[in-house]
Design a protein around this ligand. Sequence first.
Ligand code: MG
Length: 246
Amino acid sequence: MAITTLLFDMDSTLIDIDEILFSKTYFKLLHECHFSDFDLGYFCDSLTEITRFVMLSKIPKEFTLDTFVKEMSKKYKRDPKDLYNNLLHFYNNEYESLNPFVRPIKGVKKMLKYCFKEGYNVVVATTPVFPEVAIRKRLKWGGLEIFDFKLVTHAGNMHFSKPREEYYQEVLFLIGKKKDECIMVGNEFMSDIVGPTRMGLKTFYCPLPTVNDDLFVSPELKRFSKIKPTYRGTINDFAKLVADGL
Ligand SMILES: [Mg+2]
């Protein structure tokens, strides 16, 4: 079946983000704003643990945002409604100061314009552990707010998260597409390539050039060493592939 739909990971695939500095500053800011009664180290560790739990949870009736707030409420002994409001206030305001850590990637805007012009459905398939406002801000900082994406996944519209296959099944369900008409493009092997490849989607793996490609050296990834992406290259190689006809 011909490819009609392009699923893109966002961070380090469509937008350039200094993930380490971004996360460090994000934790510090959120702590300062709403959680300063906890030790910073404890807050960072516990929020990381909660995030991991949410990414791996399988609760079909709960959006990931609800699971997130519920887990935070248990951990920090706060009212879920207050937590939810605090988080939204944070993402609408203080989160802005993370803008300097996100930049456009040369060639991506042009590539997406071409994809839209050619009639592809374009999905931003980013890990849905942040509310929509946060994801939209990152897209804007990466210069991509002008596009009318078929779907942008976020914590308020998804019940499952990457790296689960259920996440990809939910994306296909939401856009009404079959697996063999989609390709997933992303920089992270575990989150962007393993699930979709196992499900039978085509995949384009575009790791950062600066990342030491020792995927199969890492013990936890070794068991996936039989999984091979359909294609591999830079995001600009993907642009060429689209121009040549997928
Ligand atoms: Mg990424």
